[in-house]
Ligand binder design. Structure first.
Ligand code: FEO
Length: 394
């Protein structure tokens, strides 16, 4: 027997918890992943979003505990990315009469992914679908974060099925926000936003405006926990994150070959501390870039350091700066520093990469040959203090 959470009368979460996955296309998931799917039992039977293919059997077992999957009338595909749709071929075999409700963009994606023409019902903004007592209204959210993305709103119960938006990669055996540790949940929501939605922040601002017109009693994403007690908090955090509001926080992100750049990083951190600003140190040889990006979302300053290798920055720093460029962080000030041997290169390389990521160069960081002497160590400290004060005054 499997336990399916009931959101309201006749509305169930029948998705799967993937406790073991630790990597979601490069995003590290130390707390696992979930693929939520929602079953609405009314005069018409409707399933909102499916799961990743390896969990298709579990989805069907969960549905079967409530109704025969063959009775499903509608399958709403809010988003075609395979974590939600790759169970479709098996699901459609079990529910052959189901109509697939989807945006026009999603229809094309499904056909190309699975080579199948299902019985599609294409919807656009504001279209609705009556299930009997319940009415679904569709809210396309193009490029949040794929062209096909959409949310589905259940009018009578005021539940927003938001798909990726408001999600978290978070495995727990409970299903609702108030059943779990709130700070852990909010951190996972922040990490998810930073790594998945950050490049689309301007569109998130618009989406929040249109969703603001709805009365929302519950937000049921397709990853992680369902929001029913902390809706105000998550909506206001989404507003903060999407508008690029920052906290007085500076990240020192570096890698070091023989310890000189590391000595500089630590002394810069001391300078930041002396200036009274919160700061965190990440050595990229050992740090997870998804966690760094979660911190970057609301950080005001980013100081990058690297030893010079082959006239450029270390590959670990290049990887994280390249990842950042795609994520288009908002409202950050940066600087670069590092040690070199006979010729430099890393600092200029990092400055170019920071600019390419849309990060404004606030100051020129220290650079030095071989290992730092006492004067150079002091210069790192002063640089940290000055940078921190600029960030506090910004
Ligand atoms: Fe959870 Fe964009 O898929």
């Amino acid at each position: 027997m499997m336990v399916n959470a009931e959101l309201a009368k006749g509305i169930y979460q029948v998705g799967a918890v993937d406790w073991a996955t630790r990597d979601f296309h490069g995003y590290k998931t130390p707390r696992g992943v979930t693929y939520n799917s929602y079953l609405i039992v009314d005069e018409k039977i409707c399933l909102i979003d499916a799961v990743k293919a390896p969990f298709a059997k579990e989805l069907l077992e969960r549905i079967s505990q409530i109704i025969d999957p063959a009775k499903i009338d509608y399958i709403i595909v809010n988003h075609v990315e395979p974590d939600h749709s790759s169970a479709m071929p098996l699901l459609m075999q079990a529910a052959p009469q189901a109509k697939v409700v989807i945006t026009e963009q999603g229809r094309g994606e499904i056909i190309k992914y699975f080579g199948q023409e299902y019985d599609f019902r294409v919807v656009k903004n504001g279209d609705s679908l009556s299930l009997g007592k319940n009415t679904l209204r569709f809210v396309p959210l193009p490029m949040l974060h794929w062209p096909d993305s959409m949310a589905t709103y259940l009018e009578e119960e005021q539940i927003l099925f938001s798909n990726d938006a408001f999600g978290q990669h978070y495995s727990t055996n409970f299903k609702f926000d108030d059943e779990n540790d709130l700070s852990e949940l909010l951190y996972e929501a922040k990490k998810y936003y930073a790594n998945i939605l950050m490049p689309f922040s301007k569109l998130v601002v618009k989406a929040l405006d249109s969703l603001g017109l709805l009365s929302i009693r519950m937000i049921a994403p397709s990853h992680g926990l369902i929001w029913r007690s902390h809706i105000g908090e998550i909506l206001s955090l989404y507003k903060k994150w999407s508008t690029g509001e920052t906290d007085p926080l500076v990240l020192v992100v570096y890698d070091s070959m023989w310890g000189s750049t590391e000595m500089m990083a630590r002394r810069i951190l001391e300078g930041l501390t002396a200036g009274g600003i919160k700061a965190k140190l990440f050595r990229m040889a050992d740090s997870d870039k998804s966690e760094l990006i979660a911190e970057l979302l609301t950080a005001r300053g980013l100081i990058c350091g690297s030893s010079t290798l082959n006239n450029g920055m270390l590959p670990t720093m290049a990887a994280v700066l390249y990842y950042m460029k795609g994520l288009k962080p908002l409202n950050k000030s940066g600087a670069a520093f590092g040690a070199y041997g006979w010729a430099g290169g890393a600092q200029a390389d990092m400055e170019l990469a920071l600019k390419a990521a849309g990060i404004e160069l606030e100051m020129t960081g220290p650079t030095l040959k071989w290992a730092p002497n006492q004067d150079e160590i002091q210069r790192c400290f002063e640089f940290g203090r000055e940078f921190g004060q600029k960030m506090l005054n910004r």
